[in-house]
Design a protein around this ligand. Sequence first.
Ligand code: PRE
Length: 367
Amino acid sequence: MSSTEESQLKALRKRIDSIDEKILELISDRARCAQEVARVKMQSLPEGESPVYYRPEREAWVLNHIMELNKGPLDNEEMARLFREIMSTCLALEQPLKVAFLGPEGTFTQAAALKHFGNAVISVPMAAIDEVFREVAAGAVNFGVVPVENSTEGAINHTLDSFMEHDLHICGEVELRIHHHLLVGENTKTDRITRIYSHAQSLAQCRKWLDSHYPNVERVAVSSNADAAKRIKGEWNSAAIAGDMASDLYGLTKLHEKIEDRPDNSTRFLIIGNQEVPPTGEDKTSIIVSCRNKPGALHDLLAPFHTNGIDLTRIETRPSRSGVWSYVFFIDFRGHRHDPLIKDVLERINDSQVGVKVLGSYPKAVL
Ligand SMILES: O=C(O)C(=O)C[C@]1(C(=O)O)C=C[C@@H](O)C=C1
C-alpha cells in the first residue's frame, strides 16, 4: 500500500471512529428514553393491570418512518433492519420478551420470529404448532410465531385449526422469502447421496429440481427441515434440504443453493398473543366465519365486503370441527376492525351468518 493510500485510510478511519462515538452516544440516549417510557407506562396503570411494553403499531410506525427518510446508500430494508435491532434491544431493557416458535432451533419460523422481533428476544422452540398456541394461552411466553401460508404450497392447516380451538389475538404478520439449499455434512460423498431429508412442504417446494437432479434418490419427510439438517450431520451419504439458519447452526456445506422451484417462494407467519393492536393506517384484519350450508351462503358473506369496497387478501375454507357448522371460512382483508366501513361489514356479517370471530387487526408486514 502506498503512503498516500495509507494516509487516506487513516483519515477515513478517524472519521469512522468519531461517527461511531456519536452513534454510541445517540443509541445510549435512545435506550435511556425507552427506560423512561417504561417508567411512564408503569405509573399510568389502572389498579391490577400490567403494563403493555411491546407496541407493534408504534414499531411499524418507527420502521416506516425510517424508510421514508432514508436517502441511501443503504437500502430501505437494510436500514430498517438496523433500526429493528436497536428497537429490539431498547424493548429488552423495558421487558425481555419471550417468544415461542415452531421449532426446533434453526427453522424458518425462528428466522421469521427474529425478523419480526429482532435478536434481543428470548426465542423458545416448540415441537408443534398447537404447542405454540398453548404456551401463549397459558401465559408461559409473551407471543408465539406460526406459519400460516406458503406461496407455493398454500395454507398451513394446523395453524388454521388451532385458531378454532384457542382464543388468541393475531398481533402481527411476517413475510419471509424462503430459500432452500441442498446441504451435506462432512461424511457424505457428494456423488453417493442415497437419501434426501426435509419437511414434506420443503420437499414439495423443490419437487421439480429434485426430479431433474436426483430422480432416483429416496426423499424422506421429517418433522422440520432443521431436524433434517441435524440428522444428516452424523449420517453417511445423506443430504438435507433446509435454509441458511439450519445450515449455519449445524455447520453443513451448501452443495446447491436456492433450489426452490419458484424464485418467489415465500411464507407468511402470524404473531399470536393476548393483546389487541390499535390502528396504524396500514392494517390487516383476520376473521373466522362459520356459515350454514345453504345455497348462496358464500355470496351473502362476501357481498358486504364488495359494497363497502374492502380489499380481501385471502380466503380459505376448513371443515368445521363442531358438528353444528358444516364449514368455516378464514378471511383476511385490508383495514382495521375499528375503521367505520369495516365495523359495518362485521355487523352485517354477524347478522347473516352463524358466527364471526375476529382473530385480530394488526399492522401489515413492514419488512
Ligand atoms: O414507544 C414505546 O411505547 C416504547 O416502548 C419504545 C419502543 C422503541 O424502542 O421505540 C420500544 C418498544 C415498543 O414496542 C415500541 C417502541
